[in-house]
Design a protein around this ligand. Sequence first.
Ligand SMILES: [Zn+2]
Length: 352
Amino acid sequence: MSGLKRTIIRTGLETLFFSGAYLMMRPFIGGVGVILTLHHVRPPRPDRFQPNRLLEVTPDFLDNVLRYLRRAGLDLVSLDEMHRRLTEGDFRRRFACITIDDGYRDTLQWAYPILKKYEVPFAIYIPTSFPDRLGELWWLALEAVVGRNRHVSLLIDGKQRSFDCASVADKRHLFDELYGWVRSFKTEEELRRVVRDLSARYSVDIAAFCDELCMTWDELSRLAADPLVTIGAHTVNHVMLAKVPERLARSEMEMSRSVIEAALDTRPDHLSYPVGDRTSAGPREFRIAAELGFKTAVTTRPGVLFPEHAEHLTALPRISLNGEHQQLRYVRVLLSGAATAVWNGFQRVDAA
Ligand SMILES: [Zn+2]
């Protein structure tokens, strides 16, 4: 995320908080519940170049958020219970679901003990290539290429281009440029090819990130054995589904469910679209997930849940606990629905 965008979001959250506007707005835009998104939960690291930091929060922050949710009187529920409340129209009490994407080892090491301490149900969405050790965490490969080198050169539109990235500021700038560029590709294949080429050129071992950071099937089975834990699907190869042909999108969703069922003896009823923004999941993916019989599927489109979402169970919004905004007051504004209402132009359901 660019510094400017970060500042704008933060200023908006601060304004909504300190003006108290979020409290007045809450009855109208607060919805019936919320699904929270986490990725990494781990202690802070000192590195100054951490372009993927938005994907991680500290254990202390998670602890604070859970205590706040309890104090605020929200029911912390599983995805199955959320599904029941939405389909039966049981909105007597506001609820929150905790979801963790990707199956990093820090989920087991740091998040799980905290969630267990408060007896909070939660879901983990697994891209099966990660425990199979075939996954490509390409955003980390990109970070490593920029982080470990003083110059980076690559072919852009057929032309050889060179970039200096000795300073932290240059690294941040170059990462944002490269990240934006690869995310703008029409196909997932093209993105993977560019990151593979760059990794090979700068001796970054993409496969090593899986080993280092992701849970094995054994570790996952320890979590899966706990009734607090729901195991959800997150495709096989963590692909942006809207950027692959329909046949492949369908098999990515279907295969991941079968692989999880074979490995963990539990058949996922819930799905998370990788990346999950509108460039990665749209009406076609929402339809396929419903056709495949998933009870719910979540995006990363920001928003709280309204009764109307019962008609769009495979296009649910979430609220990300973003590592760049680890303040309880931001969480209060986000949970009130005020921030996302403003971002979404007060449109409650966005399934288009
Ligand atoms: Zn993911």
